[in-house]
Design a protein around this ligand. Structure first.
Ligand SMILES: NC(=O)c1ccc[n+]([C@@H]2O[C@H](COP(=O)([O-])OP(=O)(O)OC[C@H]3O[C@@H](n4cnc5c(N)ncnc54)[C@H](O)[C@@H]3O)[C@@H](O)[C@H]2O)c1
Length: 265
């Protein structure tokens, strides 16, 4: 297959109840894939949107940090649709803003559990199904924070940096099985990661949004991305259009990491 048509393919998207994951699930569905919408939150709204657009999807709840739940997610996928071609490791949490010496060990552990153990578990249980098919595509949603240091985000930067190199490592081990593994590093995307800003008091929320807008404004493209702009790249990496790409780390960041003035507030 040499284009972005995904007819007949089956793909899991973790963290697909909202934000970037929802946009990726909709885009995979629009490209013809059958989609497993997975999240700790209710993802039925994403399923309905895919169905309204003429696609097929089911919702399977799953906390990606829990091995038994991830094993069940893959079993539900192959049980319902009979195969698994695509895994998008999108679920992630920001974990708040802290200096390392003020970060509680349990808060560090939770960020690593969701952002790094989660993708590992999903890969662990998905890969046997892909090997059985003779190939597959894995897309990890990392971050520009996995490429550079950013203020007040020690656990998040560490988790995403590790996910970037896990992407390369998996590409090495599974290329011979025709499983391609690539990562996207989004810059600022116009979502409310985990409701973080919405849950702040109004003045702090407004200030956090203003800092984000100001940071994005200093980058080459001068704005935040819409989730759909990340989703289009995820479909490309999941499809035959990227057939010679594996172990690639693709910044989709409006030029953020191309410049010293990367705009982090
Ligand atoms: N928004 C940005 O600016 C940005 C930038 C770079 C990277 N990212 C990455 O993109 C991904 C999506 O972020 P988003 O901005 O859409 O945030 P979001 O909070 O809108 O979406 C994340 C989703 O993951 C789900 N989730 C959280 N913990 C989970 C768990 N343990 N198991 C399963 N699902 C879980 C949440 O319920 C939510 O639906 C994350 O990995 C994030 O790190 C976001």
């Amino acid at each position: 297959m040499s284009d972005t048509n995904l007819n007949g393919r089956v793909g899991i998207v973790t963290g697909a109840a909202g934000g970037i994951g929802r946009a990726i699930a909709l885009a995979l569905g629009a490209a013809g894939a059958k989609v497993i919408v997975s999240d700790v939150r209710d993802g039925q709204g994403t399923v309905s949107a895919i169905e309204t657009a003429g696609g097929q999807a089911i919702f399977v709840p799953c906390d990606v940090s829990d091995a038994a739940q991830v094993s069940d997610l893959v079993a539900a996928t192959t049980g319902h649709f009979g195969r698994l071609d695509i895994l998008v490791n999108n679920a992630g949490i920001a974990g708040g803003s802290h200096l390392a010496h003020e970060l509680e060990p349990e808060d560090w552990d939770r960020v690593i559990a969701v952002n790094l153990r989660g993708p590992f578990l999903c890969v662990k249980y998905a890969i046997p199904a892909m090997i059985a098919l003779g190939g597959g595509a894995i897309v990890n949603i990392a971050s520009t924070y996995g490429l550079i240091g950013a203020p007040l985000a020690p656990a998040y930067c560490a988790s995403k940096g590790a996910l970037v190199n896990l992407t390369r490592q998996l590409a090495v081990d599974y290329g011979s099985q025709r499983i391609r593994v690539n990562a996207i590093c989004p810059g600022y995307v116009d979502t409310d990661m985990g409701g973080y800003r919405a849950n702040l008091p109004a003045d702090q929320s407004a200030a956090a949004n203003a800092r984000r807008e100001a940071g994005a404004a200093r980058q080459p493209l001068g704005r935040q991305a819409q989730a759909e702009e990340i989703a289009r790249v995820a479909v490309f990496l999941a499809s035959g259009a990227s057939s010679f790409m594996t172990g690639s780390i693709v910044a989709v960041d409006g030029g953020c990491t191309a410049t010293f003035n990367h705009g982090h507030p």
